[in-house]
Design a protein around this ligand. Structure first.
Ligand code: 48F
Length: 250
């Protein structure tokens, strides 16, 4: 016999246990696009307690739409090992790897989840906690609260490091820039794929004590060109930020 109330209790109890355990964590990642997903997996595999916050219902960010809604993703060979580690199939053509955007998004999500990452979708990060000039947590609320402009106070999550993986918006870095005056957002420049792919990995870094940046947010913070629908730089940047955070928390 299936009791409706047993289903309700199962959902409520499991979710609240997950949330309660997430309130004090090692790393909070904001944005579940390619860079955030890769970073989350490698950090969780190293044994860190990782939360991933995504304001949308679906996980995967800009992966799903490929280029102009053609759902194929191009990754340069330098990042092929990340596709291999995720178990993603691809074809090689003209020195590029071409894979299915649905498979890539699903595989990165599955691997992160299996590594132990705790996902919180529909959750918007609206601010950070800063103490003694160091980012040490996030201020979160349901995204529908923001969408409906409701006056509802948020909750707070503490952590040892925050990663801004919010894509073109660089939303966490923008908040810290505005509120501290210690960080400058130079703004993303026009397209130059080769230069952008190299630079986005090179400039992946800690931009304020306790706050790291990865993926397209790197281009927004450092004024780098955009690269369009090639994703190797996002994957490599996610892997690099995981190493930087792991080293800083040692
Ligand atoms: O944009 P997105 O996929 O970030 P990325 O990892 O990858 C960029 C590529 O998809 C593509 C590209 C490839 O070359 O240029 O654009 O840098 O994913 C960012 C995610 O962050 C979420 C947003 O909904 C998206 O899914 N996000 C943004 N701001 C917030 C947020 C916020 N304040 N709170 C929670 N999630």
């Amino acid at each position: 016999m299936i009791e409706e109330t047993s289903i309700t209790k199962a959902i409520v109890e499991e979710f609240f246990e997950k949330l309660r355990n997430a309130v004090e964590s090692d790393v909070c990642i904001v944005g579940a696009g390619p860079s955030g997903l890769v970073a989350s997996r490698y950090l969780a595999e190293k044994g860190f307690k990782v939360n991933l916050f995504e304001r949308k219902l679906s996980i995967g960010g800009g992966i799903w739409g490929g280029g102009m809604m053609f759902n194929k993703v191009v990754v340069q060979k330098e990042a092929a090992s990340i596709l291999d580690e995720a178990g993603v199939d691809y074809k090689e053509k003209d020195g590029l790897c071409i894979c299915d955007s649905i498979e890539l998004s699903s595989a990165l999500t599955y691997r992160a989840s299996k590594a132990g990452v705790k996902f919180f979708n529909l959750v918007n990060v609206e601010d950070v906690i800063i103490k003694s000039k160091r980012v040490c947590g996030l201020v979160v609320n349901w995204y529908p609260v923001d969408m409906c402009s409701l006056s509802v106070d948020p909750l707070a999550i503490s952590c040892k490091a925050v990663i801004d993986a919010t894509g073109h918006e660089a939303s966490v870095c923008s908040i810290v820039a505005k509120k501290t005056g210690k960080l400058k957002i130079l703004g993303e420049k026009s397209m130059w794929a080769e230069k952008a792919e190299e630079a986005v990995v090179k400039y992946t870094s800690e931009v304020y004590p306790g706050l790291f940046v990865t993926g397209m947010s790197v281009a927004a913070v450092y004024g780098l060109p955009r690269m369009g629908p090639i994703f190797g730089g996002m994957l490599l940047s996610g892997k690099k930020v995981a190493e930087l955070v792991a080293n800083s928390l040692k």
